[in-house]
Write a protein that binds this ligand. Structure first.
Ligand code: NAP
Ligand code: ZN
Length: 349
């Protein structure tokens, strides 16, 4: 075991504060990574504050991890010391069930080991995430990060990147498709960049005008303010695909009616309470409402390779770990442009 400095929440109303965790000695299939950067996903805030009623404390959040490999177990061939590596939302699974064999490890029948607020596959040892200086991960779950990408900007690809890349491919987004992105935050701004890179015509649906210039710079051709009168009526029947990244309760039905017949709305945001659904909003037009949860390891690697090829990273604000509680408040205010990323070196300064 190695003692490692981290930042943890002791309970749902506690601020994050310095904490020490143990990282295991590497086994034959393990990769030891010294963390450089870790993104702050809105899921970190939902979980720290127990908004999904599934939190375990102390909690060291963080599942948008980029670092350098410093040591590998004797059977590891995937990465070598010195490589730039990433870790996303889970660190282990059974690798034997149908879902694991279908490259959907996140749906492992035994339950994947999530990077934090979970347990290892022994179902006893708590997992701790990337607000820490080092992580030890089974090789299959380590991602190769293209060396051409800025490591801070690449960190959010491990969650925000794959979560938006996966449904764009699942629903076969192509040139000229009308794609709406609801909410311009961490996920939303990646959705705009990725959809645009596939040739889609992207519309951002935002709660205010404040992010219009940014949306256009990121690749959107249209920008609509959902709080303005008449917006939803004007957009009726418009979109092929909607990626809804909103973290708060909002009326799905209004958005559904902006789909063309047979269009698809993908829920990515996980609001803390259920939202009523009007059957007519789906039925009139055979519209589809689906969800999408991160992505498998092979698809995450494909996303990283794609981003490497196209030079796509997140727009990030790099912060010191001491600013983390203030950064949470800024995420909640929609004030971050567009992902806060912790410079992990500040944990030891
Ligand atoms: P974020 O950076 O906070 O962005 C969320 C955006 O939603 C905000 O920037 C804001 O955009 C919009 N928004 C906030 N409150 C709203 C409201 N009341 N009505 C309408 N729009 C509102 O969060 P994130 O990190 O992108 O995460 C977004 C959600 O996805 C979270 O719930 C997170 O837990 C979830 N998530 C899901 C997955 C998955 O696998 N499905 C993976 C990662 C995260 P505007 O300012 O443009 O209005
Ligand atoms: Zn996330």
């Amino acid at each position: 075991m190695t003692k490692v400095p981290a930042y943890a929440a002791a309970g749902p109303t506690e601020p994050l504060s310095p904490f020490t965790i143990d990282r295991r000695d590497p086994g034959p299939n393990d990769v030891v990574i010294d963390i450089l950067f870790c993104g702050i996903c809105h899921s970190d805030i939902h979980q720290v504050r127990n908004e999904w009623q599934s939190s375990m404390y102390p909690m060291v959040p963080g599942h948008e991890i980029v670092g350098r490999v410093v040591e590998v177990g004797r059977d590891v061939v995937k990465v070598q010391p010195g490589a730039l590596a990433g870790v996303g939302c889970y660190v282990d699974s059974c690798l034997a069930c149908g879902h694991c064999r279908d490259n959907l490890e996140q749906f492992c029948e035994k339950g994947a080991a999530f990077t934090y607020n979970g347990t290892e596959m022994d179902r006893k040892t708590p997992t701790f995430g990337g607000y820490s200086t080092r992580i030890v991960v089974r090789d299959h779950f380590v991602l190769r990060v293209p060396e051409t990408l800025d490591p801070a900007g690449a960190a959010p690809l491990m969650c925000a990147g794959i979560t938006t890349f996966s449904p764009l491919h699942e629903w076969k987004t192509k040139k000229g498709d009308r794609v709406a992105v609801v909410g311009l935050g961490g996920l939303g701004h990646m959705a705009v960049k990725l959809a645009r890179s596939l040739g889609a015509e992207v519309t951002v649906l935002s709660t205010s005008r404040a992010k219009e210039a940014d949306a256009r710079r990121l690749g959107a051709t249209e920008f609509e303010v959902t709080k303005e009168k008449g917006t939803f009526e004007r957009l009726r029947g418009r979109f092929d695909l909607i990626l809804d990244t909103v973290s708060a309760v909002h009326d799905y039905n209004e958005y559904l009616r902006t789909l063309r017949p047979l269009g698809t709305m993908v829920l990515l945001g996980i609001p803390p309470a259920p939202i009523p659904l009007d059957a007519a909003a789906l039925i009139l037009g055979n519209r589809r409402l689906v969800g999408s949860n991160i992505g498998g390891i092979a698809e995450t690697q494909a996303m990283l390779d794609y981003c490497g090829k196209h030079g796509i990273v997140s727009d990030v604000e790099v912060i010191g770990v001491q600013e983390i509680n203030a950064a949470y408040e800024r995420v909640l205010r929609g004030d971050v442009r567009y992902r806060a990323v912790v410079d992990v070196a500040t944990l030891t300064r």
